[in-house]
Design a protein. Structure first.
Lengths: 337, 220
C-alpha cells in the first residue's frame, strides 16, 4: 500500500477540507476575529484533517501489505488467507469474509472436479482391462480358425496399441502410480516390441533391423515397451511408398549414458513442425494428411520425463526420422544393490 | 500328453484358449469350482497352470500363493494388468512366467513350451526319421553325413520337427524367429526355407518339407 496512491484516492476529502477551510477563513476575516484564535483553530483543523487521513492509512497498511507480499511469496496463492493476521478494521473484515467464502466455494468446486477426473481415470483403467478380454478372444479366434490374412492380425495389433495408448495417457498424468525402475536389458525390450508389432510391420513391408542393443539401462520395462511401440507405429504410419522401407534400432553406450536410436527412412518431418512434435494434440502436415490424434509422442515424452530419460527427434523431410532416447547411468543404484 | 489347466472366468476366451491348446496337442482342463480351487488342482494334478489374476472368489495372486504352499506345478500368470509391479509381484510369489492380455497366441505357446522344457529338462537334441538334430551345435546328421544349419534354418527346422503332426503356419515360424531375435521379413523366410530344403536334399531327404498352399508347411 503506497501513501501517495492512498492520498490520491482521498483527493476529494482533501479538496473539500481545503475548500471549507477557505470559507472558514473568509468568515473569520469578515468578523475580524483575533489572529491568535485563527492560528489555533487552523492548527486544530489541520491536525484533525491529517489524523483523519493518516490513522486509517496505518491501520490498513499492515493488513494489505501482509496480504500482498504473502500472495507473491506463496506458490499456491489461494492459501493466503491462512497466513495473514486478522484485520482490525471493518472494511478489512468484510474483505476477509468475502475472500474466505469465495475460496471455500472454489475449493469445493475443484474438489468435485478432481473427484470426477479420478472417477473417470479409474473407469478408463477398468474399461481397458475389460476391453482387452474380447480383444484377446478375437486374436485367439482368428488364430484358431487358421485365418491366414495377416492384415487382420496387423489391425488387431494396431487396435491393441490404441487401447494401450489410453492406458498410458492416464498413467502419465498420475505421477506416483505404477512404475518400477530396475536394470532392464534393451535387447529384451526391443524383442518384445518387435513381436508385438510383427504382423503390422510385415503387412506394411517395413523391415525391422536391430543392431547392437545388448545394454542394460535403468528404466521401467513396460513403459519403455510402450514408448518404443509408439515410435515404431509412427514410423509405419509415416513410411514412404518405396520398396525398402526400414526401421533401424541401435544403441551407443559410454560410461555416463546409453542412447537408443530408432531410425526410419519414412517421409520425415518438416522443419517448421519439428519443434512441436511433442506438443499435445499437435499433428502437423503429416498428421493432417494421414490422420493422427497427435498424442503418441506427447505421452512418450511425459513418460520419459517421469523416468528421467531424454527423448529427442531429428529429421529431414522426405528422407528420414530419428528418435534418440538417452538413459543416464546411476552409480547410486549400483551401490544399493 | 501334457495336461494344462486353465483358470479363467471369461467363457468365450476360455473356449478359444482351449481350442488353441488342443490344436497344439495339449490336454486341457478348465477349473470350474473356484471355491475349492486348491483341492481340485491337487486332484487333477496338471503339468502346467494358466492362471488369470481377475477370477471370482479370490484373486489370482492369492490363489498363486496358496498353490505354491502345496505344490511346485509350473504356473504362467495371464492378466490384463499391464504393469511392471504386478509382474515382479507374481514372479516373487512363485509364478514361472507372466503374460499380458491380449497375448499373441504363438507367443503364449512358445512361453508354455519354454516353461515345460525348463521343468522337464529336455536335452536339446531332437530326432526325425533317421535325422539326428543337435540344436545348440546347429548340426543335422544321418549316420556319418552331416550338414551345418544357420541359426535361422535351425529355428525353422526345430519348430517343424517339434510340431511334426500338423501344419505349421508361416506366422508361427515368423513368431519363433522374432522371439529368437531374428527379425527377418517374408522374403527372407522363403529364402531360408528353400536353403533348408536344399541342405536336407544333400542328406538324401528330398521333399521332406511339404508346402500346403495358403496354409503353411508340414514334414512329410
Amino acid at each position: 500500500m503506497k501513501l501517495r496512491l492512498y492520498l490520491k484516492d482521498k483527493i476529494y476529502l482533501i479538496i473539500l477540507s481545503l475548500f471549507s477551510y477557505l470559507l472558514m477563513l473568509m468568515i473569520f476575516l469578515a468578523f475580524k476575529i483575533l489572529p491568535e484564535v485563527i492560528i489555533s483553530i487552523t492548527c486544530i483543523y489541520f491536525l484533525t484533517l491529517i489524523s483523519i487521513l493518516l490513522i486509517p492509512y496505518f491501520r490498513k497498511k499492515n493488513f494489505y501489505n501482509e496480504l500482498l507480499t504473502n500472495i507473491e511469496r506463496l506458490d499456491k496463492s489461494y492459501l493466503v488467507l491462512e497466513t495473514i493476521t486478522k484485520p482490525s478494521f471493518y472494511e478489512g473484515e468484510i474483505l476477509e469474509t468475502a475472500l474466505y467464502d469465495i475460496n471455500k466455494s472454489m475449493l469445493e468446486n475443484v474438489k468435485k472436479t478432481i473427484e470426477q477426473v479420478n472417477n473417470f481415470k479409474e473407469y478408463i483403467e477398468m474399461w481397458i482391462h475389460e476391453v482387452k478380454i474380447p480383444l484377446s478372444s478375437l486374436i485367439l479366434a482368428f488364430n484358431n480358425k487358421k485365418y491366414l490374412d495377416n492384415r487382420i492380425k496387423g489391425e488387431l495389433e494396431r487396435l491393441d496399441n490404441y487401447v494401450e495408448q489410453v492406458l498410458y495417457y492416464v498413467r502419465s498424468e498420475n505421477a506416483e502410480k505404477d512404475y518400477f525402475i530396475t536394470n532392464v536389458n534393451l535387447a529384451k525390450v526391443i524383442k518384445n516390441v518387435g513381436l508385438k508389432n510383427m504382423n503390422y510391420l510385415l503387412e506394411n513391408k517395413v523391415d525391422f533391423r536391430v543392431e547392437n542393443v545388448d545394454f542394460e539401462v535403468l528404466t521401467d520395462a513396460k513403459w519403455l515397451e510402450f514408448i518404443l511401440g509408439q515410435i515404431i507405429n509412427n514410423s509405419i504410419k509415416y513410411k514412404r511408398n518405396i520398396n525398402n522401407s526400414y526401421i533401424k534400432v541401435l544403441a551407443n553406450s559410454n560410461n555416463k549414458e546409453t542412447t537408443l536410436i530408432i531410425e526410419d527412412n519414412g517421409i520425415g518431418i518438416k522443419k517448421s513442425d519439428i519443434s512441436r512434435v511433442f506438443d499435445k494434440t499437435f499433428t502437423g502436415t503429416n498428421g493432417r494428411e494421414r490422420k493422427s490424434t497427435g498424442m503418441g509422442l506427447n505421452i512418450s515424452k511425459n513418460l520419459c520425463e517421469k523416468l528421467g530419460h531424454k527423448i529427442e527427434i531429428e529429421s529431414e523431410y522426405g528422407k528420414y526420422t530419428k528418435v534418440l532416447i538417452t538413459f543416464y547411468h546411476n552409480n547410486y543404484f549400483d551401490v544399493l544393490k | 500328453m501334457q495336461k494344462i489347466m486353465i483358470v479363467e472366468d471369461d467363457e468365450i476366451l476360455c473356449k478359444e484358449l482351449s481350442v488353441l491348446l488342443l490344436n497344439n496337442s495339449y490336454e486341457v482342463v478348465v477349473l470350474k469350482d473356484y471355491e475349492n480351487a486348491i483341492s481340485e488342482i491337487l486332484k487333477i494334478a496338471p503339468n502346467l497352470i494358466l492362471l488369470d489374476i481377475n477370477i471370482p472368489h479370490l484373486s489370482g495372486e492369492i490363489l498363486l500363493q496358496k498353490i505354491r504352499e502345496k505344490t511346485n506345478v509350473p504356473i504362467i500368470m495371464v492378466t490384463s494388468k499391464n504393469s511392471e509391479i504386478s509382474e515382479a509381484l507374481s514372479i516373487s510369489n512363485g509364478a514361472d512366467d507372466y503374460i499380458t492380455k491380449p497375448y499373441n497366441p504363438n507367443i503364449l505357446l512358445l512361453r508354455i513350451g519354454a516353461v515345460l522344457r525348463r521343468v522337464n529338462r529336455e536335452n536339446n537334441t531332437l530326432s526325425y526319421k533317421n535325422l539326428k538334430i543337435n540344436i545348440s551345435k546347429g548340426i543335422i546328421q544321418v549316420e556319418d553325413k552331416k550338414v551345418i544349419l544357420t541359426k535361422n534354418e535351425m529355428i525353422i527346422f526345430a519348430y517343424l520337427v517339434s510340431h511334426q503332426n500338423r501344419i505349421v503356419t508361416r506366422d508361427e515360424l515368423m513368431t519363433d524367429l522374432w522371439n529368437n531375435n531374428e527379425f527377418i521379413n517374408d522374403n527372407a523366410l522363403t529364402v531360408n526355407i528353400s536353403r533348408l530344403r536344399s541342405k536336407l536334399k544333400d542328406l538324401g531327404y528330398t521333399n521332406l518339407i511339404d508346402t500346403r498352399k495358403g496354409q503353411g508347411y508340414i514334414l512329410s
